[in-house]
Write a protein that binds this ligand. Structure first.
Ligand SMILES: Cc1cc2nc3c(=O)[nH]c(=O)nc-3n(C[C@H](O)[C@H](O)[C@H](O)COP(=O)(O)OP(=O)(O)OC[C@H]3O[C@@H](n4cnc5c(N)ncnc54)[C@H](O)[C@@H]3O)c2cc1C
Length: 306
């Protein structure tokens, strides 16, 4: 098929999802544009654990040797108590025998940039917060409007704009007006866990000798009924308009609350505060781990063709 006859895809959100879709479309020579509300790409997050369910996909969309050289294989997760004594280890090594792939740990910002560099720069529009979406009855196009009064048309519109997706919310508003919304889709996004994520500056390998290991040292401390290691965070409901508001300011009070939490390694007196002090403050974010599967994930374009 010639490019001219292919549908044009508008993608809202340049997160991991939006970028991965963009790369697939680029490979298939399907025209697309990505609209991202932030004005700069910030290296947020800590690490992602990526294994046999995702590596075969990454093999198809990025030079996989770049992924392997930027990540470390992980064979087990070691748990310690608050006295920094080893308690147990979860063994991930059978994964390789079963699937042919090791589990890998990669810094989220690094994976992000591996994806980003596959996207032609002119197809990614920053500073474009999408406010409205709809369908243009006149020429049967999907459209979006951005906060800078931009208006863009395409044949397919994809919301890859995160857990509090504006695209989903606008779609559901129009379905609600037509009386076609499912009750389950109207419910809040539940979450049971609030996390602090961030990445320290480069650490001194003499002070943290475990960094010399070729295998990722994944260590965790089991808290003794601490609010930040129990379900107490559940009471702290998300109330902002979008999750970007959970940046440095919201993260700071959580850092203050948890500075004294003991972690293994170093000279045996390390706490979370020692890591916070080595981390640029604007790169620490507070993230909710929402868990919900929405029933309605498309409407309009496909229904018209049926
Ligand atoms: C800040 C952050 C840090 C995280 N860190 C980790 C981690 O360290 N380890 C881990 O395992 N998981 C982490 N997660 C969770 C995991 O990375 C996410 O589940 C994953 O990124 C989801 O990808 P996504 O593309 O669906 O959404 P997101 O990554 O949320 O991307 C959505 C994108 O859409 C943009 N957007 C939102 N609304 C609009 C709008 N109206 N108009 C235009 N653009 C819009 C956002 O700015 C964002 O760039 C993190 C998530 C976030 C948000």
């Amino acid at each position: 098929m010639e490019t001219a006859k292919k549908p044009k895809v508008l993608i809202v959100g340049a997160g991991l999802g939006g970028l991965a879709l963009g790369i697939l479309l680029e490979r298939a020579q399907i025209p697309f544009e990505i609209f991202e509300r932030t004005s700069t790409i910030k290296p947020l997050g800590s690490a992602l654990s990526i294994g046999p369910n995702l590596i075969p996909f990454l093999e198809q969309i990025i030079p996989i040797e770049d992924f392997f050289s930027a990540s470390k294989p992980m064979t087990d997760v070691r748990s310690f108590n608050e006295q920094r004594q080893f308690v147990f280890s979860s063994d991930f090594s059978p994964i390789e025998e079963l699937t042919g792939y090791k589990q890998h740990i990669i810094a989220r910002p690094v994976l992000y940039h591996l994806l980003l560099r596959q996207i032609p720069a002119y197809k990614l529009h920053l500073n474009k917060r999408v406010l409205d979406i709809g369908e243009n009855d006149k020429d049967d196009k999907a459209f979006l409007r951005t906060s800078d009064n931009g208006y863009y048309e395409g044949d397919i519109l994809i919301g890859a704009d995160g857990a509090y997706s504006a695209v989903r919310q606008r779609l559901y508003e129009s379905l609600k007006q037509k009386g076609q919304i499912l009750k389950t889709d109207l419910g809040d996004l539940p979450f049971k866990c609030t996390c602090l994520v961030g990445q320290t500056d480069v650490l001194d390998v003499e002070e943290f000798p475990q960094l010399k290991e070729p295998i990722c040292q994944f260590w965790s401390t089991l808290g003794e009924d601490k609010p930040f290691s129990s379900k107490a965070a559940e009471g702290e409901r998300f109330r902002g308009m979008d999750n970007s508001e959970w940046g440095p300011i919201a993260a700071q009070s959580m850092c203050d609350d948890t500075r004294g939490f003991p972690i293994p390694g170093g000279n045996g007196t390390l706490t979370m505060g020692d890591l916070y002090d080595r981390t640029p403050k604007n790169l620490i974010s507070k993230v909710m781990l929402e868990e919900k599967v929405f029933e309605t994930w498309h409407y309009g374009r496909r229904d018209k063709e049926q």
